[in-house]
Design a binder for this molecule. Sequence first.
Ligand SMILES: C[S@@+](CC[C@H](N)C(=O)[O-])C[C@H]1O[C@@H](n2cnc3c(N)ncnc32)[C@H](O)[C@@H]1O
Length: 267
Amino acid sequence: MNKYALSSLLRQVGLIKIGDKIRFYINFIKTYRLRKQFFKENRDVKLPPAYYIYETFNLNYFSFYNKSIDTAKWLIGHFEKYKTLENISILDWGCGPGRVIRHLPSFIDNSCKFYGTDYNQKYINWCSKNIINVSFNTNTLAPPLNYERNTFDIIYGISIFTHLSKKMHFAWFNELLRVLKPGGILFLTLHGNAFKEKLTEAEKIKFEKGELIVKSNTKEGHRTFCAFQPTSFFKELVGLNEILEHIPGDIKNGKPQQDVWIIKKSI
Ligand SMILES: C[S@@+](CC[C@H](N)C(=O)[O-])C[C@H]1O[C@@H](n2cnc3c(N)ncnc32)[C@H](O)[C@@H]1O
């Protein structure tokens, strides 16, 4: 049985989250040496518990910390095309244990304000204790966010819609627009065409017709709850707001990359 068939079976019988926890322990044992090496080389770096890293990313401390510095710089490169990064407010929606937002204040003018929010209280507790120069907040699975309307110049969400139901796609898109200033930038990553290999044949047909595919039967928002967004579905969600960029993900080293969408709030 291949890994897709196994996870499909576990999902059907309601055991996908337990299966995923077992996978974490296997990974934890396998990455023991790498973990030791990371802490030897980075004595001053504070990292969240291993499970938080696994649950929101993958259990490689070097990728979680060092490579995410590059991700932060890559993100800034996109922001700079559309906003002057001075005196502005930036929100990381679904910041997890702070993988990306922790690096932004080091590379952006200190007149800017940084915020992070997530529905997982444990991550926000860790971030609040360990990350400086960022204000953190917990939100609920469904909107609203704990911010006034028109608060942010830039909001980014890296792999958040990828774990939400159809109903939440509509609710959250509207909520992000509510707290974004007119002319503000929304940067999102989604499971586009490159992820079709993760779908069953029946799901692929629906995806190609433009239907959102949701693999559920587990806790919504968790890594085991997966949504796949065809281009036409997302364009419809964006409505009359301006799509500044859609960068389809490709396959790198055998792994699918998420699509990047950059939207300007124009209505
Ligand atoms: C795949 S992780 C990505 C974390 C982080 N953006 C990163 O790139 O490292 C998905 C994150 O979305 C968060 N999340 C899921 N549903 C959410 C919701 N409704 N509101 C806020 N955060 C949510 C999860 O708790 C988790 O931290």
